[in-house]
Design a protein around this ligand. Structure first.
Ligand code: NAD
Length: 541
């Protein structure tokens, strides 16, 4: 019917707004924070576009003020999970046949709604429900979320245009079919943008999704569903089912129509999912695509030639912004003895200055960690370090959950390169530092490479460019996103596609074109224009 060739060029990244006092965006955000703080909403399941209330409920609270309830949400039981699968499969009939440019138009409208009309709504709900300060919410729930949506349309256009060669007498083409089933999108608490991207990327490529949000990110995630609807996403294309991962996972894994899992979260959860898929492998119609971005133990390696001030900034902000709850947060550092005293002094100076508290006060650089389980886990690592003979707390070490789940920015210094907190992901504001003898550089680079099972992000600091090159090369498999003279966090869509290997995931690079290819089944079609009619080759005549 239509014969237009559309153009979806690479977009500009959504500009990060400044929120200066008196600015329009600051006034709108503060009003929205106040509005959401005064109400308690009810969050239903959304299946096939219908709101479902199961009566089995949980509470959404502010992590920084956990007595303050923001919402009551309904949890899916096994029956509702099956309903969500059925609704997705029904919606698939139309969605998988919808022209991709129409799908892209809806995705781009979602981006525009978030960038404009609903920017304050998504940012405020992310701030209150996930305890992010203004900047952390802005770069996540506004900018990164919008960038994922806009860039993906350009990447999809690139993928669809990859076509085989044709010769005289034939026409060859590749059709990028959506997967034959539904995609299970399973999102973490820490990024609203990731929660959106996990279903929206497959959806752009013509798939339908059953989406289980994290129970500690339900407020912002629920508002996204409303925005999807306003943008024209048909009912059933994304089905929203909060609830227990184990209950939901069981029904999903048993479905013959499971065609893919798009996951971001801990390595332990991804291992469970992978094992469950393996146990059910004979039952599926198609081999499910498993895409998982998981945990990290992200490092900063400091060469003796490094600029101390740059290291201090990277270590402090890289480890403690959003309370260290970014998969890419710096959580271990290797520092030479010659520089360590001045690096430590710099970190202490920053730590003495920063304020910690409620997200409503913009002067608070540090807010709360996500929930009590996480708080207790982080505290247990701090206590472990306090009682260890081969480590000491040199910055912070305090924590208090009486009002909110607050943990001070903490630095553990250890003499043991295999110390517990330098190996294991803690997911909190804790940086463990191993101080090495300047003449033991090579051995320390090896520790950095081999100590932890992860391979997500890492960085090297040094002014000696040749030494930096050697370390970069030696740490080739230690990180999927590697930084030189920069902190190991803060990847931007389209600029640093993100993901790691080893125990950090399948490295399918969210924010780049490779991820999209996982959500299609290419079909190659050859058409012969004048088919031959004689079986004999010329030399046989
Ligand atoms: P999580 O693994 O606890 O939860 C992720 C999702 O899985 C949640 O929705 C949860 O409810 C669900 N879930 C948990 N157990 C389940 C089960 N048995 N069956 C089905 N679903 C289950 O992770 P989290 O605490 O929300 O997020 C933090 C983790 O995410 C950290 O390990 C972090 O490194 C990782 N992360 C990685 C990236 C990346 O790009 N590599 C990005 C963000 C977060």
């Amino acid at each position: 019917m239509n014969n237009q060739i559309y153009s979806f060029p690479l977009p500009q990244n959504e500009p990060v707004k400044g929120y200066l006092k008196g600015s329009a965006e600051r006034i709108a955000l503060e009003a929205e924070l106040e509005r959401q703080s005064k109400i308690e909403i009810e969050v239903p399941l959304i299946i096939g576009g219908k709101e479902i209330r199961t009566g089995n409920t949980g509470k959404v609270v502010m992590p920084h003020n956990h007595k303050h309830v923001l919402a009551t949400y309904h949890k899916a039981g096994e029956k509702e999970v099956q309903m969500a699968i059925d609704a997705a499969m029904e919606a698939r009939k139309v969605w998988s046949e919808t022209p991709w440019t129409t799908r892209a138009a809806i995705i781009l409208k979602i981006a525009d709604l978030v960038a404009g009309k609903y920017r304050a709504l998504v940012n405020a709900s992310t701030m209150l429900g996930q305890s992010k300060n203004i900047f952390q919410a802005e770069i996540d729930s506004a900018c990164e979320l919008v960038d994922f949506l806009r860039y993906n349309c350009a990447f999809a256009s690139q993928i669809y245009s990859i076509q085989p060669k044709s010769a005289y007498g034939q026409i060859n083409s590749t059709e990028y079919r959506p997967l034959e089933g539904f995609v299970f999108a399973l999102s973490p608490f820490n990024f609203t943008s990731i929660a959106s991207n996990l279903s929206m990327t497959p959806v752009l490529m013509g798939n339908v999704a059953v989406w289980k949000p994290s129970t500690t990110a339900i407020l912002s995630n629920y508002y996204l569903m409303k925005i999807y609807k306003e943008a024209g996403l048909p009912d059933g294309v994304v089905n929203f089912i909060p609830g227990s991962g184990a209950t939901i996972g069981k029904v999903i894994m048993a479905s013959k129509d499971l065609a893919g899992i798009h996951f971001t979260g801990s390595s332990a959860t991804f291992n469970t999912l992978w094992t469950q898929v393996g146990d059910n492998i004979a039952n599926y119609k198609t081999y499910p695509r498993l895409v998982g971005e998981t945990g990290g133990k992200d490092f900063i390696f400091v060469h003796p030639s490094a600029d101390v001030k740059a290291v201090v900034h990277a270590a402090f902000t890289g480890a403690f912004e959003f309370q260290g709850q970014k998969c890419s947060a710096a959580s271990r550092m290797y520092a030479p003895k010659s520089l360590w005293p001045s690096i430590l002094e710099g970190i202490k100076a920053f730590a003495a200055e920063v304020k910690m508290g409620d997200v409503a006060d913009p002067m608070n650089f540090i807010n709360a960690v996500i929930d009590e389980t996480s708080f207790d886990n982080i505290a247990s690592y701090i206590e472990y370090a306090k009682s260890a003979s081969d480590a000491k707390i040199v910055v912070g070490g305090g924590y208090d959950k009486s009002v909110g789940y607050f943990v001070q920015p903490t630095v553990i210094e250890t003499t043991n390169p295999q110390f517990k907190s330098i190996k294991e992901e803690i997911f909190g504001p804790v940086l463990t530092v191993y101080v090495y003898d300047d003449d033991k550089l090579e051995e320390t680079v090896r520790f950095c490479d081999e100590t932890s099972p992860y391979g997500l992000t890492g960085s090297v600091f040094g002014q000696d460019r040749l030494a930096v090159e050697k370390i970069t090369s030696d740490l080739r498999y230690a990180a999927g996103n590697f930084y030189v003279n920069d902190r190991p966090t803060g990847a931007v869509v389209g600029m640093q596609p993100f993901g790691g290997s080893r125990a950090s995931g399948t490295n399918d690079k969210a924010g780049g074109p490779f991820n999209l290819i996982r959500w299609v089944l290419p079909r190659v079609i050859k058409e012969t224009l004048v088919p031959p009619t004689d079986y004999r080759y010329g030399y046989m005549k």
